[in-house]
Design a protein around this ligand. Structure first.
Ligand SMILES: Cc1ncc(COP(=O)(O)O)c(C=O)c1O
Length: 344
């Protein structure tokens, strides 16, 4: 069978893709219901949405490129800055553990990903990243909070790496920043080589509609803009984005649920003797040992989590989405039951 995207895990609680477990704002659904036939039959116009996003992020509209999810932004950044520039022998730097689209986009444009392993306990390898910079380095992917560890990269380290690679584009992926940490956006004026990536998939719960954004000074954003297809975001997603930005209560309410859910997961791990890493994202990385039977046993209890063993760096670990409290409680109950069964 040909599979596009990720296989559907089936019935149960989806805690495997760091989605918003509570869904989107009701205002988003109202906006979608108000969509007119002509909104569907005509190609979308992006001006208003770009202006609204620019206001939201506190930058000028020409610093903003809306993308079909941040996934598209990552790929287009590589296309614009490596493939279109016809750079031969180009390298990107990918600190580990990393979100798959960084090495995949690197490969898609014929470049080589230089993977930099983390320090003990997934400490961010700032010195090693700086040491990996060569004249061939075209892009550096920095992810804060990191997926899957949840760790933050200090702003001083983001700045240090960006300063050390003036000829490379540094893409700071802030997909989860609404759940913890401080955005690098206010620093962008100082950096001619930095792009910040954001998404509405996670905190805003629009993953199914695909809206991301790449932000940066025009001269570093424009090479990405020119390779991005002209109608990359559909009109329904634009209506949803407008409504999502208009609901100012939605985000703090959900972020508070996530923060409390993380605490409950930590407490459960301590109680159950499982190693975990404190996270600034809407997920927690937990070491469980032999992951395959563990993940299957959770799935049998209708709790779907991410098996991180495919990546040697996170061998023996699972990643659990922290969302609405009732979902976290259900996950904890399933964890307890699987561990109790394992000890029998
Ligand atoms: C670190 C990171 N960046 C970017 C994305 C892409 O999000 P989207 O394409 O849904 O905007 C994700 C989604 O899982 C992610 O984990």
């Amino acid at each position: 069978m040909v599979i596009q995207g990720y296989p559907n895990p089936g019935d149960g609680l989806r805690l495997h893709l760091n989605e918003n477990t509570g869904g989107c704002s009701p205002r988003v659904l109202e906006a979608i219901r108000r969509v007119r036939p002509s909104d569907v039959s005509t190609y979308p116009s992006y001006g208003d949405a770009v202006a609204a996003a620019a206001r939201h992020f506190g930058v000028d509209p020409d610093w903003v490129l809306l993308t079909n999810g941040l996934d598209e932004g990552i790929l287009m950044a590589a296309v614009g800055h490596i493939a279109r520039a016809r750079v031969h022998d180009a390298e990107t730097i990918v600190p580990l553990p990393a979100f798959d689209p960084y090495p995949n986009s690197t490969a898609a444009v014929g470049a080589t990903a230089i993977r930099v392993p983390p320090g003990p306990d997934f400490a961010f390898p700032t010195q090693a990243v700086v040491g990996a910079i060569t004249p061939r380095t075209r892009m550096i992917f920095l992810n804060t909070p990191n997926n899957p560890t949840g760790q933050l990269i200090p702003a001083a380290d983001l700045a240090r790496i960006s300063e050390a690679a003036p000829d490379a584009v540094v893409l700071i992926d802030e997909a989860y920043i609404e759940f913890g940490g401080t955005t690098f956006l206010p620093e962008l004026r100082r950096f001619r080589n930095v792009l910040v990536g954001r998404t509405f998939s996670k905190a805003y719960g629009l993953a199914g509609l695909r809206v991301g954004v790449v932000i940066g000074q025009p001269h570093v954003l424009d090479p990405v803009r020119v390779v991005t297809l002209p109608f990359n975001i559909n009109g329904v997603a634009l209506a949803a984005l407008d409504a999502a930005l208009g609901d100012e209560e939605f985000l703090p309410r959900y972020a508070a649920q996530v923060a409390e859910s993380r605490e409950r997961l930590y407490a459960a791990c301590r109680r159950l003797g499982l190693q975990y890493w404190p996270s600034a994202g809407n997920y927690v990385l937990v070491r469980v040992g032999d992951t395959a039977p563990f993940v299957a046993a959770l799935a049998a209890r209708k709790i779907h989590v991410r098996d991180r063993s495919r990546d040697p760096i996170t061998q023996g670990c699972i990643r659990i989405t922290a969302g609405m409290l009732e979902h976290t409680d259900a996950a904890i109950e399933a964890l307890e039951s699987v561990l109790a069964a394992r000890q029998r």
